[in-house]
Design a protein around this ligand. Structure first.
Ligand SMILES: [Zn+2]
Length: 458
């Protein structure tokens, strides 16, 4: 009795050990791992994809242990019949293949395919059947390009200047819509009714003599249309000047700006000058571009401005677009573009706004000194540099006729003056255009009026 009892105990003891060892083997060995293969189409995990009936659809199946079988079937629209596309044994951890779905025949009305994918791995889990992944994916067939047509646009654009456009764009699956100007992207704003858009665009004078503007529309199935906006374009020569800088100039304003904005490791006057004129300028302008690239995508029904008059009785002291080369002791040491219009009147003259807007920047900005930037909507901004005394703060909504600040000499300014800049989506443009009522009527408001007439008839 005793003996038998002992024997039973021993048997139970060893059985437990065997079960534990087996269980641990199954639990910790790769052979019985329980992670199912991963299936993705065109590198995404979505259940619905869009197909233009031209591009390849890439199927990727992965498994951490190793793949065994793959079966892919498809059916058309809501038909029951499943057709086999792939049925094969696999090896390795990853398998990539292009799915060769039949293209819709001419005049065939085909809205979608359903794809059934089943893959299993080499694991012995699941009674040696392996881990199975199944995925059903809807492939929406969309081979229609977005429709785009220009409703109205400025007749002409000048190098360094701006222009407007109103257009129609429609697609059921639209994903991207923008204007490409010399490889730069301009955002568009919904205008008046569904599927109509407006934009101000700019030709950066530093882009050179060639100009091209195209509306780009793309849908979920990667159908793309690029519609040229038929602007006539005129080149404009900007002034090139060669300026000799002396020690007194470098040791004054330049050194002050250098010391306030650097680690003070340079001692060479030429390098100090270039640091302020090129590197610091670039940093300051980068900040300006960032602030002025913002465009609200809220629906716009109108856009109206007065011609800007940034400084009453202001005399022009420097032009927009001047390309300046600097020499020191006979050697060229630096160059820069002057991206605004300099106007001077009396010292600390009031800067009275010409148009309503919102203050989006009001702080010291290196060579621009005390720098104010105002948002007028549609991606249009005005900039005021070298100010002395500001009456506004960031976020303030200001009305035309408010005195926002006074002129001064802050930043890189020798005499008291206002540096007035105009920017369209982060690109500096010719301020003169926005100070000219006729130009505004011909190129902006007239275009909007014409477009409204066309859209209202639809
Ligand atoms: Zn200036």
């Amino acid at each position: 009795m005793r003996n038998r009892n002992k024997k039973t105990k021993i048997t139970i003891f060893f059985s437990i050990i065997i079960v534990v060892v087996l269980a641990s083997f199954i639990a910790f060995s790769n052979t019985f791992e329980r992670i199912a293969p991963n299936i993705s189409l065109d590198n995404n995990q979505e259940d619905t994809i869009y197909w233009n009936a031209r591009d390849k659809i890439n199927l990727k199946v992965e498994d951490n242990l190793g793949l065994k079988n793959l079966k892919v079937e498809f059916s058309k629209d809501n038909e029951e019949t499943k057709n086999i596309l792939i049925n094969k044994t696999l090896n390795g951890k990853e398998f990539n293949v292009e799915l060769d779905l039949p293209k819709p025949k001419f005049n065939e009305k085909l809205d979608k395919y359903t794809i059934y994918i089943k893959a299993n791995d080499k694991s012995l889990w699941n009674w040696f059947g392996g881990n199975v992944s199944e995925k059903i994916i809807n492939v929406i067939v969309d081979n229609k390009k977005p429709q785009v047509s220009v409703i109205a646009n400025s007749y002409n654009i000048t190098q360094g200047g701006a222009a407007s456009v109103v257009f129609y764009a429609q697609d059921d699956n639209l994903t991207d819509l923008y204007i490409e100007v010399n490889n730069r992207i301009f955002k568009v704003v919904p205008f008046m009714k569904d599927d109509y858009y407006i934009a101000l665009i700019a030709w950066d004078l530093r882009d050179g003599d060639e100009f091209e503007a195209r509306i780009v529309a793309k849908d979920k199935a990667n159908n793309i249309i690029k519609e040229r906006i038929p602007y006539y374009y005129s080149n404009k020569k900007y002034k090139v000047s060669h300026i000799e800088v002396g020690d007194a100039f470098i040791d004054g304003k330049i050194r002050d700006l250098y010391e306030a904005n650097s680690d003070n490791s340079l001692s060479d006057r030429a390098l100090i000058f270039d640091f302020v004129n090129a590197k610091l300028r670039q940093e300051n302008e980068k900040l300006i571009h960032k602030v002025t690239q913002v465009v609200s995508n809220e629906l716009v029904t109108d856009f109206k401005l007065n011609a800007f008059l940034p400084l009453k009785n202001g005399m022009k002291v420097a032009d927009f677009g001047d390309h300046r080369y600097y020499k020191y002791n006979g050697n060229q040491i630096s160059e820069s573009y002057h991206m605004g219009l300099d106007l001077a009147s009396t010292k600390m003259a009031p800067i009275v706004l010409g148009n309503d807007g919102k203050i989006v920047f009001a702080q010291d900005n290196g060579i621009y000194g005390l720098n104010l930037i105002i948002d007028h909507g549609l991606g249009l901004y005005t900039l005021y540099g070298h100010c002395t005394k500001k009456n506004v703060e960031i976020g303030d909504i200001v009305n035309a006729k408010s005195t926002i600040a006074n002129t001064g000499t802050s930043g890189l300014a020798l005499g008291d003056h206002l540096h007035f800049g105009v920017l369209v989506q982060g690109v500096e443009v010719r301020p003169e255009e926005w100070m000219d009522t006729k130009w505004l009527n011909d190129n902006i408001f007239g275009i909007i009026k014409k477009a409204k007439e066309v859209i209202n008839k639809k």
